[in-house]
Design a protein around this ligand. Structure first.
Ligand SMILES: [Zn+2]
Length: 79
């Protein structure tokens, strides 16, 4: 039996998937979610937008990463 994959209840639900910058352009702290994926500032606690689990390919390998954004960048697209 297979269990259907239900999406985790996200804090902020988006209608469109977030367009993230290519991994090759990101620094290690950005990939780790310490810095904003877009403006690369170091994220302050409480002002972080979690973009959720993302999948990317690097060197032919698929892996998960957890990008985060500052509240300013993460606000784009939300109403
Ligand atoms: Zn930002």
């Amino acid at each position: 039996m297979t269990t259907p994959r239900t999406a985790n209840a996200a804090i902020s639900s988006r209608k469109r998937p977030v367009q993230l910058p290519p991994l090759g352009k990101l620094s290690e702290p950005q990939i780790r979610g310490r810095d904003c994926v877009w403006c690369s500032i170091t994220l302050a606690p409480g002002r972080v937008v979690d973009l959720g689990e993302q999948y990317a390919r690097r060197a032919g390998q698929r892996f998960a990463w957890f990008p985060r954004a500052c509240s300013r960048c993460g606000k784009e697209g939300s109403s």
